[in-house]
Design a protein around this ligand. Structure first.
Ligand SMILES: Cc1cc2nc3c(=O)[nH]c(=O)nc-3n(C[C@H](O)[C@H](O)[C@H](O)COP(=O)(O)OP(=O)(O)OC[C@H]3O[C@@H](n4cnc5c(N)ncnc54)[C@H](O)[C@@H]3O)c2cc1C
Length: 244
């Protein structure tokens, strides 16, 4: 039996920049809406129904009955058209979903989430899901973020909330020389050796999200370190590794 995914015209409640070049959109939810972190929606405009783009749900699943959020990097024609939307002015925007089985529901003993740039979007929903678990829950969650510069780390101002919600958060920057701010943390892209060392746990399950090359290299590196294939869950978004 095939699953029916609702299609609806969402109402934009608010939009704001997360960092330069990345906007967060909050839409009101249709009746009965829910999702599992890691799932995504398909977006299109009714004047161009063949151009569809996927965006990961990045808000708190506990609030899905009222609103949902996506965070979008402004990188091309579709994302920039979305970026021009303002509350009350989203004519023809259409959404379908949620879709996807690359999910985290808080039941794993230890999940390690590794992202590049905007790839943090689904991991924000996962960190918020972790924070919503009952006090004392044993689900360990390690969030590994990265961006070119400290000011481009998306949702950096929320790391404290994620940590209070039970997640460990570690960030790297890949091009500190492009920033005027001092960065005392680690530098360079995440490697399989880095994330395996941070996890320190042969039973950890890795979620990888971001540019194709980053995800493929991390996946290969983890498999080469004898991590079982079923413990590496990769989500590739596109071919844009040169941005990191
Ligand atoms: C399952 C899934 C979930 C996704 N979730 C998100 C999300 O939550 N947020 C998000 O911003 N994107 C997400 N994407 C990527 C998104 O669907 C589009 O590919 C992206 O917005 C580019 O579309 P465009 O028409 O603006 O640019 P295009 O003209 O289609 O692409 C322009 C260039 O940007 C590259 N690119 C694609 N995605 C990104 C990105 N995120 N950052 C930098 N460069 C990129 C493309 O590979 C291409 O080289 C997701 C993709 C998939 C498959």
């Amino acid at each position: 039996m095939s699953t029916v995914h609702p299609t609806f015209s969402p109402r934009l409640l608010e939009a704001r920049d997360v960092v330069a070049g990345m906007r967060l959109f909050r839409f009101s939810s249709p009746e009965g809406f829910s999702f599992v972190p890691g799932q995504f929606l398909m977006f299109w405009f009714c004047d161009d129904p063949k151009t569809k783009r996927a965006y990961s749900l990045c808000g708190d699943p506990a609030h899905a009955g009222r609103y949902f959020e996506v965070a979008v990097g402004m990188v091309g024609a579709f994302s920039e058209r979305l970026g021009r939307l303002a509350p009350g002015g989203e004519p023809g925007l259409t959404v379908s979903g949620p879709f996807g089985r690359w999910t985290y529901d808080g039941s794993l003993p230890h999940a390690v989430l590794v992202s590049g740039g905007t790839g943090i979007a689904p991991f924000r929903a996962m960190a918020l899901r972790r924070a919503g678990l009952p006090a004392g829950a044993s689900a360990r969650l390690t969030v590994c973020c990265s961006a070119r510069t400290p000011e481009l780390l998306p949702f950096r101002d929320e790391y404290g909330d994620w940590q209070r919600g039970g997640a460990e958060v570690v960030a790297r920057v890949t091009r500190p020389e492009e920033s005027s701010r001092r960065w005392k943390g680690p530098v360079g892209r995440w490697s399989a050796a880095d994330v395996a060392a941070i996890a320190g746990d042969p039973e950890a399950v890795y979620y990888l999200c971001g540019p194709n090359k980053m995800v493929a290299e991390l996946r290969d590196g983890l498999l080469a370190r004898s991590v079982a294939p079923e413990r590496v869950r990769a989500e590739k978004w596109g071919d844009y590794s040169d941005l990191f």
